[in-house]
Design a protein around this ligand. Structure first.
Ligand SMILES: *Cc1c(COP(=O)(O)O)cnc(C)c1O
Length: 362
C-alpha cells in the first residue's frame, strides 16, 4: 500500500535529535513560552524574512488572532478565496466579520487576483490570500488593489511553508501571515501548533498579548484575550525539523516534476506552476472528470489518495446562508480534485508505481 503521507516515516528521520531536545525541555522544567519557543520563533522569522514570529496553538488561531489584533469585527468585510480549507473562512466569521468570496483561477487553484477589485465595498478591510496546495498566490495584483483601497493583506500560509513569490517567501508577502504546524503540513509538529509572522512590531506584540489572556505582562490584562500558545515540546520539534524544510521541499519538487513529466492520460489534468511562484507541493492536486472512479481505481492498485476538499465552504452546513450561492469554478475544482501521494519520504519506486497506475486508468 502506498500511503498518501507516511507521517511516521517523516518523523522517524529525526528521532535522535528529537530525543535530545525533549530531554532539554524536561531538564529545563519550563513548558510553555520558554527557550524552545523563543529560539524557534527567531529561526522561523529569519526563514520567512519577516521581522517577527509569534508561536500560537494552531493555524486557525493564527488567522483568528491576526484579525482580532487588527480590531476587525461585525460590519467589516474580508475578501477570501471561495475554494479553500474552511479554516480560512472560519477565522473571518469567528470575529464577526463577513467573508466575501472570490472565485479562484482554474489553473493555479488560487484566488483570481483579477476578480478582487469588483468585490470591494466601503466596508472591506482586508484581503486574505491562501497559498493553496503549496503554491504562492500571484501577489502583484493583490498588492496593487490593497494599496489602492488601503486594505491589509493577510496570508493563510498553512499550506505554503517555504513557497516563494518573486524570490520572497510566504509569511513575508503581506501585512501578516498565519501558519499551521499540524502534523501533515510541510513543516509539522507532533500535535497542534501554529504561528503568526509579520514585520509590524505593534501587531506582533498585540498578537502575543491577545494569545496570552490579553496580557502584556503577568497579571496585567489590556485586551479581552484568549489562550493560544505554542508549547515547548512542539517548538522543540519544529526547531529540529526547520533546517530540513528546504531539502524536504526540494524532494517534493522532484516528485512533482516526475509526475508532471510522466503522467500522460487525457483524463487527468495536471497542476500548473509558474516561474515566479516556487511551488512547495504540499498537495499534488490533479483534476479528473471521473474523479471518484479514479480514486477507486487507484485504491484497487494499492494507492491511497485524498480529496482536498470534497465540499466547498459555501456548501457546508455551517454556512447555510450561502446555500443558494454559486461559485462554479470552485465547485468544479471540488468536484474534480484528487490528491496523489506526495511526501519527502516517498521512494522512487513508489512514485513510478503511482505514475504507471495513473497512466493505465481509462
Ligand atoms: C491546515 C490549514 C489551516 C488550519 O490549521 P490548523 O493548525 O489545523 O488549525 C488553515 N488554512 C489552511 C489552508 C489549512 O490547510
Amino acid at each position: 500500500m502506498i500511503k498518501f503521507l507516511d507521517l511516521h516515516k517523516v518523523n522517524e528521520r529525526f528521532r535522535a535529535q528529537l530525543d535530545a531536545r525533549w530531554k532539554q525541555v524536561l531538564d529545563a522544567g519550563w513548558y510553555i513560552r520558554g527557550k524552545q519557543d523563543e529560539v524557534f520563533e527567531q529561526h522561523f522569522a529569519q526563514y520567512t524574512g519577516a521581522k517577527y514570529c509569534v508561536g500560537v496553538a494552531n493555524g486557525l488561531d493564527a488567522l483568528n488572532l491576526i484579525i482580532k489584533a487588527y480590531g476587525f469585527g461585525p460590519g467589516d468585510e474580508i475578501i477570501a478565496p471561495a475554494n479553500t480549507y474552511i479554516a480560512s473562512i472560519l477565522a473571518i466569521s469567528e470575529n464577526g466579520c463577513t467573508p466575501v468570496l472570490v472565485e479562484p483561477d482554474i489553473h493555479t487553484y488560487n484566488i483570481n487576483p483579477d476578480l478582487i477589485e469588483e468585490k470591494i465595498t466601503p466596508r472591506t478591510k482586508a484581503i486574505m490570500v491562501v497559498h493553496l496546495y503549496g503554491q504562492a498566490v500571484q501577489m502583484q495584483k493583490v498588492w496593487e488593489v490593497a494599496k489602492k483601497y488601503n486594505l491589509k493583506v493577510i496570508e493563510d500560509a498553512a499550506q505554503g511553508h517555504g513557497a516563494q513569490y518573486q524570490g520572497r517567501r510566504t509569511g513575508n508577502l503581506g501585512d501578516a501571515a498565519g501558519f499551521s504546524f499540524y502534523p501533515g503540513k510541510n513543516l509539522g509538529c507532533l500535535g497542534d501548533g501554529g504561528c503568526v509572522t509579520t514585520s509590524d512590531e505593534v501587531l506582533a506584540a498585540k498578537v502575543r498579548a491577545i494569545a496570552n489572556y490579553g496580557s502584556d505582562r503577568k497579571y496585567h490584562h489590556i485586551y479581552k484575550g484568549t489562550n493560544s500558545r505554542l508549547d515547548e515540546l512542539q517548538a522543540a520539534v519544529l526547531d529540529v525539523k526547520l533546517p530540513h524544510l528546504d531539502a524536504d521541499n526540494a524532494r517534493r519538487r522532484e516528485i512533482a516534476a516526475y509526475y508532471r513529466k510522466h503522467i500522460q492520460n487525457p483524463l487527468i489534468v495536471l497542476p500548473q506552476t509558474y516561474e515566479e511562484t516556487a511551488h512547495v507541493w504540499h498537495i499534488f492536486a490533479v483534476r479528473c472528470p471521473r474523479r471518484d472512479d479514479l480514486q477507486t481505481y487507484l485504491k484497487e492498485q494499492g494507492i491511497e489518495t485524498l480529496i482536498h476538499y470534497p465540499t466547498p465552504p459555501h456548501h457546508q452546513g455551517a454556512y447555510a446562508e450561502w446555500k443558494d450561492c454559486s461559485y462554479p469554478i470552485s465547485e468544479q475544482i471540488h468536484r474534480e480534485e484528487l490528491s496523489l501521494p506526495m511526501s519527502p519520504v516517498m521512494t522512487d519506486e513508489e512514485v513510478k508505481k503511482v505514475v504507471a497506475a495513473c497512466n493505465q486508468f481509462g
